[in-house]
Design a protein around this ligand. Structure first.
Ligand code: ATP
Ligand code: RIB
Length: 380
């Protein structure tokens, strides 16, 4: 019994630059890559790389990027029985700028992700029946997320709702009681507290304010709030009803002075959290150190999926299956090879997309008279 993820799948068009451009400014960047991304897909891959059996429920376009995304899921051991395609929109893409500081700016064109609907969730009932934990986010339409939470609750799963990207409208009241765990970052925590309009959100400028805002989310009916605090002490905070908040810090040896790329850190955190609860039988509080561990590694590597560690890279005392505590699992077949060949896996992971999507970039650039490769620039 593993994880079912209902969410987005994108192709990330990632440009590395010394800094972010000002409005109207043209900057020389240092590198461009096309990588697999999307919050749902990232979370699914993070859990799969750790050894969970993972079902993805998503919508892609009937285009080369969609085909490449499905191939990527297969190569990383993610079940795609419930990944469907549509001719109504192109596969989702995210245009990402990563500054030398490791911070990012992201523009998303949801495309086919916006076509995921409640009927797709209904059709994925076998995946829910075969899973222990549901992960869902806000990069697909809210009705699809809501349907996923209802299906997860009906199937008796632990329901984990990642409120990313930050909602621009208040979420339906009925959503919160369907969540065993709500997992927001600081910005999202504030926005979730808006009662009738975003302008009435609670502040999250201090840790005390963050905790108060998290308790306001609990008051809406959710079972627990796990707040990631990447920008504030590099940790996460668990807030449960009637108990003091607990903080889980990044281990000292993983506290890098500088970060390579924070893209997908939250997704790595969620994927690891779901894996530890679903496949290692850990209760929420005991799963958090492993989730923080994976996220801290991910910020030291470039990309989202390409930054997530394999199980073999992680401490067995945190990631090993405890006797009688969950089901011992073997990694999916393609993953077993990857676990002994971490470096080839990463280059394979990138080259697959470059090969599948290259025609698109080359076609675009040739018609504009430019000559450019895919994945140009500095070392991976
Ligand atoms: P994203 O949207 O980029 O996926 P997020 O905003 O949802 O991320 P954050 O709160 O930034 O999530 O970070 C998630 C987790 O990643 C943190 O709880 C922490 O474990 C880890 N993390 C983030 N930034 C750093 C950092 N600079 N150093 C170490 N760990 C970090
Ligand atoms: O959380 C990171 C992800 O956000 C990227 O992979 C991008 O696709 C956007 O969805």
């Amino acid at each position: 019994m593993g994880v079912v993820v209902v969410g987005s799948a994108n192709v990330d068009l990632v440009t590395n630059a010394p800094r972010f451009a000002e409005p109207g400014e043209t900057l020389m960047a240092t590198q461009f890559e096309q990588l697999f991304g999307g919050k749902g897909a990232n979370q699914a891959v993070a859990a799969s790389l750790l050894g969970s059996s993972v079902f993805m429920v998503a919508k892609l376009g009937t285009d080369s990027l969609g085909e490449a995304s499905i191939a990527n899921f297969h190569s990383l051991g993610v079940d795609t029985s419930h990944v469907t395609t549509t001719g109504a929109a192109a596969s989702g893409v995210a245009q990402i700028t990563v500054a030398a500081s490791g911070q990012n700016q992201i523009l998303i064109v949801p495309g086919a992700n916006g076509e995921l609907c409640a009927a797709d969730i209904d059709a994925a009932a076998p995946a829910f029946a075969a899973s222990r934990v549901l992960l869902t986010q806000l990069e697909v339409p809210v009705p699809a997320t809501l349907a996923a939470l209802k299906a997860g609750r009906a199937a008796g799963l632990t329901t984990v709702f990642n409120s990313a990207p930050a909602p621009t409208e208040p979420l339906p009241d009925e959503l919160y009681p369907l969540c065993d765990v709500v997992c927001p970052n600081e910005t999202e925590t504030a926005l979730l507290t808006g009662e009738t309009a975003l302008a009435r959100s609670m502040p999250t400028d201090t840790i005390e304010e963050c905790e108060a805002a998290a308790r306001a989310i609990l008051a809406k009916g959710s079972g627990a709030v796990v707040m990631t605090l990447g920008g504030r002490g590099r940790r996460c905070m668990l807030v449960l009803p009637g108990q003091p908040a607990t903080h889980v810090q990044v281990p000292p040896h993983l506290r890098a002075e500088s970060v390579a790329d924070t893209t997908g850190a939250g997704d790595g955190f969620l994927g690891a959290l779901a894996h530890l609860m679903a496949s290692c039988g850990k209760p929420l509080a005991e799963a958090l150190p492993g989730a923080v561990h994976v996220a801290s590694i991910s910020v030291q590597r470039r990309g989202a999926q390409s930054s997530y560690p394999l199980a073999a890279e992680l401490p067995p005392d945190i990631f090993g299956v405890e006797a009688g505590d969950g089901e011992p699992k073997a990694a999916p077949a393609p993953l077993a090879k990857q676990q002994t060949e971490a470096a080839p896996r990463r280059s394979h992971h990138r080259s697959r997309l470059a090969a599948a999507a290259g025609w698109h970039a080359v076609d675009t650039l040739v018609t504009s008279g430019m000559v450019l490769g895919v994945g140009t620039g500095g070392a991976a």
